[in-house]
Design a protein around this ligand. Sequence first.
Ligand code: SF4
Ligand code: SF3
Length: 541
Amino acid sequence: MFCFQCQETAGCVGCTSFGVCGKSPELAKIQDLLIYVTKGLSNVTTTLREEGKSVSKEVNNYITLNLFTTITNANFDDEIFYKRVAETLAIKNKLVAEVSDQSKLHSAALWNADTKEEFDKKAITVGVLATENEDVRSLRELITYGLKGLSAYVKHANELGHDNEEVNAFMQKALAKTLDDSLTADELVALTLETGKVGVDGMALLDTANTSSYGNPEITKVNIGVGNKPGILISGHDLKDLEQLLEQTKGTGVDVYTHSEMLPAHYYPEFKKYDNFVGNYGNAWWKQKEEFESFNGPILMTTNCIVPPKDTYKNRLFTTGTSGMTGCTHIEKDENGKKDFSAIIEMAKSCPAPTQIEEGEIIGGFAHNQVLALADQVVEAVKTGAIKKFFVMAGCDGRQKSRSYYTDFAAALPKDTVILTAGCAKYKYNKLELGDINGIPRVLDAGQCNDSYSLALIALKLQEVFGLEDINELPIAFNIAWYEQKAVIVLLSLLHLGVKNIHLGPTLPAFLSPNVVKVLVDNFGIGGITNVEDDMKMFLQ
Ligand code: SF4
Ligand code: SF3
């Protein structure tokens, strides 16, 4: 195997014998093949579009789903991937027959097989290292990972009945282009930036889907203690799953708690009407082993990030949607999109209430609409100098010790600065006592990584209010933590919006070759992190 798609890749080079995340070589292999056949299918759909033919919603959504399923920590069930490869080939074969000029198709679009043995044989020839040129490989993977991130936004929007043909068509065209040996490095760089542009569209699509379904997030205090009833813990990012779970647990005597990236669900008005939706339990994804143990009740994973579970609670771990884990029960939706969570609810009833591990409240809900409602207050604070600078510290959390940098950095920030955050990176500092500035909390949490769009909108609004030509003239610094591929599309989207001097840590992506890093440094001033003291000086000068 060779995988270097996430920040925790072995030795900051690549996982070659077993994934740090728990991905086995067998799983890595079949995921590589799924990406390959999905690119092949995308070559077919793109060719059909070029011939003036349309592509069905089902096929678009299926391609999106395939991409999302290969995101770090989403799905550890090998069988799902074999099934998807077979399904993807079947869909593709049907569509190939509709292509008028098949001579235009790439070999990936024409490859076929039926058996697992054939799949395995092919899989070892189509991984990341199949692209020999280091820079081309780097750009192809940067684009592919950006598209994986984008697929997450689109998939969530799809679940809520929202879709965008231009975004789908671009995703598939870009996937197909990563197969094209005739593309120059410059063309791939241009495609990378275009991916960022469409990334913004994808985020806007999800924002509309979420806010039109559940209302605009608003300032909310979330309980981090526990009650005395049995509970279900829901994690991942899928709000539709949460909605169905809340509907089905209503009046059952079972409470619902969020974990990690599901925390921001509490900020939506629509979810506040459930009085059994009691709080957030625990911290970021990587603390699952301890926190799922002490939660005592069943856990529903809706997307990434899953940590392969300990046997002590494996029977309590359920997956749905893109997520999967061999040996855990997976809940599928029926033909009407309904999911039956009764098995989870029944299990919860026989479990003890969660063991309390924290108490108190955290505050969040500062998505664009809420922040814009406070715009006058914020602008005034900037004008009077009460707020000197904003720090965007969005992104992911992870298990590496070096990430304590972000806790230390947040704690060391001068009192006249405000942190804008989204994603599970927030758990590094959202329980510190950082206080407020004239009533504005010093940590403004916009929501999930999927809600990073809010941070861009807030920046654009401030640029407009202050009448600035260039977004980089704003008193905003970007010190972003990344782990998986959704952070990659956020980065590309920020680059598209013209944001310069973004710092990315705790390490730069291993998939960026030295030449690609140079392009990003020369054109966008991208940098890594060093230590809190030196970085603080650099950011504040
Ligand atoms: Fe390694 Fe990350 Fe790939 Fe897992 S996702 S195998 S940790 S690079
Ligand atoms: Fe976190 Fe996985 Fe990225 Fe959604 S849950 S931000 S790491």
